[in-house]
Design a protein around this ligand. Sequence first.
Ligand SMILES: [Zn+2]
Ligand SMILES: [Zn+2]
Length: 222
Amino acid sequence: MEICYSCGASEIYEDGLCKKCFVKRNPLLLQIKPQKIVFCRLCGEIKYRMKTFHLPKDNIKFLSELKKSIKANKNIYESVKLEFNLDNLIQNQVVDVVASSKDIVQKQVIVFIISNSLCQICRKKGSEFYSVLIQLRGFDEETINSTLKNYNQYIFKIEKEKKGANLFFIDSKKAEKYIALFIEYHKSKNAPINIKTSKKNDGIDQSGKKRYKTTVLLQRKV
Ligand SMILES: [Zn+2]
Ligand SMILES: [Zn+2]
């Protein structure tokens, strides 16, 4: 009986190899590089290869652009069919692709590098978008910068002040988290903080409820 020269399985598919070893040696798709996109978390716009997309509306357009980065192994396979799953793109930064040719099916993952940034339209709309304004007073720049490390993408605008800053958060949950972290950080350093929160009416949302913008003042106790 013939066996696969690579793994010894008692099955020959082609070139003296079993199917598994043959596909391993001859993948359907050539290596796919990680893809870079810019994502606007306010409106969901995706910028990819100099074009803009709103998923799922533009799924087909996006895929035809994505396919330009994918090369089938044409030396071995005459035609390769591709099926994509875009559901995990933003959350897990991957797109699953199933490639198939006759009786061979191979799953692959395309890795995406996503950077968060406001798109031009959202940027233009300006401060309409902020939901929480955090005013920091009595802190040096170094402290402020170090606490901002993981939050820059949730902040629409930063105004530097003498011994402080105004942070316009677009995401109220993240703003809350930031405030908690900021307070915690100063507690651990034995530098207590005064906290003052105020709300102002900011029109009415689509469901007819009043909308508010919150201002939180964090001031170092002297
Ligand atoms: Zn084998
Ligand atoms: Zn946008």
